[in-house]
Every structure is written in structure tokens, then in C-alpha cells.
Design a protein around this ligand. Structure first.
Ligand code: SF4
Length: 397
């Protein structure tokens, strides 16, 4: 399968003539029947979406002019089109409210983390490399939607400067490949990147942030070259993690489950992380089922994120206290093994975990901090049920 998941059409060889002679098929009863070819078709315009009434498509085209639309046939097939509130629909189909004037394009000020083009180095031991600016579909609540805009040049195609910087900074033990979605790249390109980082003795862990197991699991299950690459890298001293992004148990189709299993069989460790999003997973039962199922699949939930106040996200965002209460309720519904997630805000100053709530206060702690003096610092803030982000809170001690 090619990088965007579409099988190439098979063309007859030039000069080949058609034979009208009857063909004889030889069936080997000792071999399993070949798996049917699994094609995924990509859509870049709302008007191309089957099942969407033209007048609705027209309305959302205006939204897609500002925040680009992309989806594929596999993922769109998960939508119950009779349900306007369907969570998969909310995740990929644009809504007019995205045009509301709210939030900032770079809500966590990632711009301040760049050390060379395409490389963010915010925490001492971890570097982010933005390897591309395309995903299998575009989540409407994406905090990096700025990358998909025409004038953005934060990602890199030539990684020379990234190899040089990370090679020289031996304090970096973890490299996170992100974007965009690294798994939408061709396996050949991915091979070059993984081999370069795996050859650096100080890099112990390579993480791949990807929603492809949810958006198009065939990218994993149907690419023997990718599987071989993952086996090669993970048979060495480096750990490879896929930081998967499943938002709702409905995404856990048999194919997606097969994709997760395939990654694990090929030596990859898988964890899941997602934001809590209005209309998608703002339900304790849904979150509990997601945590449990992911854990059973060997891909436990690592973070549940507070949605960043990114431009276009007003309709998807929920206040911090509501998000934390949903998280707590979900945690209470699952066994200890499935309670490994943290509820966290990816703020410009660090990963801030929400650790408690009472009638008057919200208790926070830096899980990761940009400045070493903040590492592990506990903060007590005045409870404000309308606050959406750390900046909205007032610290009282
Ligand atoms: S997969 Fe991640 S980067 Fe891609 S659109 Fe969704 S949230 Fe954004």
C-alpha cells in the first residue's frame, strides 16, 4: 500500500494483447485464500462525501476554507449518518461553529519551543520532530491545525538539522516523531528517519505519534515492509512506542484492533492518548469503556488531555473542572490496571496534571515542566467552573 493508503491501479503492459482463450484457475486447497484488497479512498472536499446532503456540504465548505477538511472512506463508513450527534461525525465533519472567534492558533505557544526548524526541545530529555503536515483525516479539534494551512512551514522535509541537533544533544533520550502523522509517510522515508535516530546511542526511545491505527488501520496491517522495519528497529536496544490516538470505543473496529495487535507483534509498545472533547467522548461511560478496551488490547491510556483553547475549537472544548470530573467518574468505573492515565493540560509552561478538586479549589501539579524549578510543583487555584485553560485560573497558594 502506498503512503496515503490507496492501492495503485494495475495497468496492462504496453503492447499486451487481450487473450480471448478461456482461462483456467489453479486453486491450491492447501493455501488460505488471499485476503481481499483493502482500499481506502481519500476525500478533500465535503461535497465529495457520500451521505452528506448537498446543502449541508455547501455550508461546511465555508468552514473547510479556513480549517482544511480531509477524511477517508474507511473512517467515514464508521459514521451513523442517521444520527446528527454521532461522535465519529463530530470528529471529522466540519461544523459552522468553528468560525466563531475564539482561541489562538498556537494555544500552547509551540513556536517558542523550536531549536532548529522542525525540532521542538521543551523538556530536557525529549525532542519533538515534526516530520510532516498531513494526517489520515483531520480531527476538527486539532491543536496543530495551523500546520495544515498553506502558509505554514513548521514541519521539515530535510531532517539534516534535526539529526545534527539531536545527535549533539546527548541529554535527549526520547525522540517523538510527530506532525501531522508520521505513519502516513512512505515506509521508505520512515526507514531513513528511524534508522538515523536508532543509530544515536543516547536516544533510548523513539515515539511515533499517530492516529493512523484509528483512521486507516490497513496502513499497519497491510504493509509488510513497515512491519519488517518495526521488527528491525525494535530488535535492537531502542524501544519504539506508538502513541496512538483513539478517542472513542466506536473507533475500535476489528480492523483497528488488528492494527494494534500487529504493532505489538512487531515489537512496538502502544499507549493511547486523546483529549476529552464535547460531543465525542464527554461521557464517563464512553471514557471508561475506552480505557478498559485499550488496556485489554495492550495499549493503555497514558494521557487524557484537556482540549487546548485552539482557534476553531470553541464547540469542542469543555471547562477544566467538567473534564476532570468526567475523568474521575470514568476512573471509578474501571479496575486498577485500567486507571493509569493522567488528566493533563499541555500548557506552554509544561504538562500540568489536575490532581484534585473540592468546593473551593482545583489542585494541579507539574508533571513535566519547561523550567526545572517548576518540576513537580503543586499549585492550588481558586475553583472556577468556567475556566478552560490554566491561564484562566488564579493561583491562591
Ligand atoms: S491526528 Fe493529531 S495532528 Fe492529526 S488532525 Fe488529529 S489531532 Fe491533529
Amino acid at each position: 500500500m502506498n503512503p496515503i493508503g490507496m492501492a495503485a491501479a494495475s495497468n496492462p503492459l504496453p503492447g499486451a494483447s487481450l487473450s480471448l482463450a478461456p482461462t483456467v484457475e489453479f486453486v491450491r486447497p492447501d493455501l488460505p485464500a488471499p485476503a481481499p484488497e483493502r482500499k481506502v479512498k481519500y476525500y478533500r472536499s465535503a461535497s465529495q462525501i457520500p451521505n452528506l446532503p448537498p446543502e449541508v456540504a455547501q455550508q461546511i465548505e465555508a468552514v473547510a476554507q479556513r480549517y482544511v477538511f480531509r477524511a477517508n472512506s474507511y473512517y467515514l463508513d464508521l459514521i451513523d449518518w442517521n444520527d446528527p450527534a454521532d461522535p465519529i461525525r463530530q470528529l471529522v465533519i466540519p461544523r459552522r461553529e468553528e468560525l466563531n472567534d475564539w482561541g489562538a492558533l498556537d494555544a500552547s505557544n509551540e513556536a517558542s519551543n523550536y531549536v532548529v526548524k522542525g525540532v521542538q526541545h521543551k523538556y530536557r530529555d525529549t525532542a519533538l520532530v515534526l516530520v510532516n503536515s498531513v494526517c489520515g483525516a483531520y480531527c476538527r479539534y486539532c491543536f496543530r491545525k495551523r500546520l495544515f494551512m498553506n502558509d505554514n512551514d513548521e514541519t521539515i522535509h530535510d531532517l539534516s538539522a534535526a539529526y545534527e541537533y539531536i545527535g549533539q544533544h546527548t541529554e535527549i533520550t526520547d525522540v517523538l516523531l510527530t506532525g501531522g502523522d508520521p505513519l502516513i509517510m512512505s515506509t521508505g522515508k520512515l526507514r531513513v528517519i528511524l534508522e538515523r535516530f536508532a543509530a544515536m546511542p543516547h536516544v533510548k526511545t523513539i515515539r511515533i505519534g499517530s492516529k493512523m491505527p484509528a483512521f486507516n488501520p490497513f496502513r499497519v496491517t497491510d504493509d509488510a515492509d513497515l512491519q519488517a522495519l518495526l521488527r528491525e528497529i525494535t530488535s535492537g536496544p531502542r524501544a519504539v512506542y506508538v502513541m496512538a490516538h483513539f478517542d472513542h470505543p466506536r473507533e475500535l473496529t476489528p480492523e483497528a484492533r488488528e492494527g494494534i495487535a500487529c504493532l505489538i507483534e512487531n515489537g512496538v509498545r502502544v499507549v493511547n492518548q486523546c483529549p476529552v472533547i464535547r460531543g465525542i467522548n464527554d461521557d464517563a461511560d464512553v471514557l471508561a469503556e475506552l480505557f478498559t478496551e485499550m488496556s485489554l488490547l495492550g495499549a493503555p491510556q497514558y494521557y487524557l488531555f484537556q482540549c487546548r483553547p485552539t482557534a476553531g475549537n470553541q464547540a469542542y472544548d469543555i471547562p477544566i473542572t467538567e473534564g476532570y470530573q468526567l475523568f474521575q467518574q470514568a476512573q471509578r468505573k474501571v479496575s486498577g490496571l485500567n486507571r493509569r492515565a493522567r488528566f493533563s493540560m499541555s500548557h506552554a509552561s509544561g504538562k500540568i496534571e489536575v490532581v484534585g478538586l473540592d468546593a473551593e479549589h482545583l489542585y494541579l501539579r507539574y508533571h513535566r515542566a519547561r523550567h526545572p524549578q517548576d518540576e513537580g510543583r503543586v499549585m492550588v487555584c481558586r475553583r472556577d467552573d468556567s475556566a478552560h485553560w490554566f491561564d484562566d485560573l488564579v493561583e491562591v497558594r
